[in-house]
Write a protein that binds this ligand. Structure first.
Ligand code: HSE
Length: 304
């Protein structure tokens, strides 16, 4: 690729699990990170802006840059002599909203575009899942909408489910939190009855979202595999959960591994109100939280 070539990539936030669909379900949200990649200068430079830019490294450890260079390596191409990356960041990092998946997918898509698209979407998904470690987030990031992903040997099997417009309230508490820690406390084995509890509810969550049936969603967005353990790690999480229900949310879940909570609401106009109720409940427990009223994004990552 010639020096001076550039491209822009838009990458959505995502929420994973959706209650019972642990490690299988993902949903893209209408909150975007924008990245611009230019083959210019010497070496790799990364610049970030946006509310959370101070929390993102701009040296070679930057995940967007690492993912970009990883794709070059995978394609057997020499790394570019100069690479400049500008990131406009709106997805809060370490919040359970797929910021890492967004960085990985953004870097891979940028590199794939500037190399003339050597890899198709399936291979990009596998590479992204390998780097990020969370196929549920990367599938929704790449494909948009509601996605189901399962491992099949060394491959990933993914299905995007078309769903009508949906609105969510999100509260993002400012807590130091890592997915690693949020997974470390989970059991390695679960009772059969708990597995069955989630097995039945997972397709019903998909069906409820596919048909816009929030009454069904309110009954089946429940989990016995991961949320109780994780909620104990989120100060104010239980209070925020109850506040969302009292404010009229149809269903509440931990977003990904947390610490954000996501609540589904019937009306777009309720999203911010319910998000504020959750943020206030976090606040009453001494935890500052950002309220977000968002829509589901039918579109996944796009290249311009
Ligand atoms: N399914 C993953 C988990 C998502 O719950 O740990 C991580 O964002």
């Amino acid at each position: 690729m010639t020096t001076g070539a550039s491209c822009r990539v838009r990458v959505p936030a995502t929420t994973a699990n959706l209650g019972p669909g642990f490690d299988c379900l993902g949903l893209a949200l209408d909150l975007w990170n924008d990245m611009r990649f230019s083959l210019e200068g010497a070496g790799v430079s990364v610049a970030t802006r946006g509310d959370h830019s101070g929390e993102i490294p701009t040296d070679v450890s930057n995940l967007v840059a690492r993912s970009f260079l990883r794709l070059y390596e995978e394609a057997g191409a020499a790394p570019p002599a100069g690479l400049s990356i500008h990131c406009d960041l709106r997805v809060p990092p370490s919040s359970g909203l797929g910021s890492s998946a967004s960085a990985v997918v953004g870097g891979l898509l940028g590199a794939n575009t500037l190399l003339g698209r050597p890899f198709d979407q399936v291979r990009l998904l596998e590479l992204a899942a390998e780097i990020d470690g969370h196929p549920d987030n990367v599938a929704a990031t790449l494909l948009g909408g509601l996605t189901i992903v399962v491992r099949k040997g060394r491959r990933l099997l993914t299905k995007k489910i078309l769903i009508p417009e949906a609105h969510v309230a999100v509260a993002v508490p400012t807590l130091a939190f890592s997915t690693y820690a949020a997974r470390a406390g989970l059991p390695t084995q679960v009772p059969m009855k708990d597995a069955v509890f989630n097995l039945g509810r997972t397709p019903l969550v998909v069906e409820a979202l596919r048909t816009g049936d929030f009454e069904l969603l309110s009954q089946v967005m429940e989990d016995r595999l991961h949320q109780a353990t994780r909620l104990r790690l989120i100060p104010g999480g239980r209070a925020a959960w109850v506040a969302a229900q009292q404010a009229g949310a149809a269903a509440v879940a931990i977003s990904g591994s947390g610490p954000s909570l996501i609540a589904f609401v019937s009306l777009a106009t309720d999203a911010l109100r319910v998000a504020r109720a959750m943020a206030d409940a976090f606040g009453a427990m001494g935890v500052v939280a950002q309220p977000l009223g968002l829509s589901v994004s039918a579109a996944g990552a796009t290249v311009a």
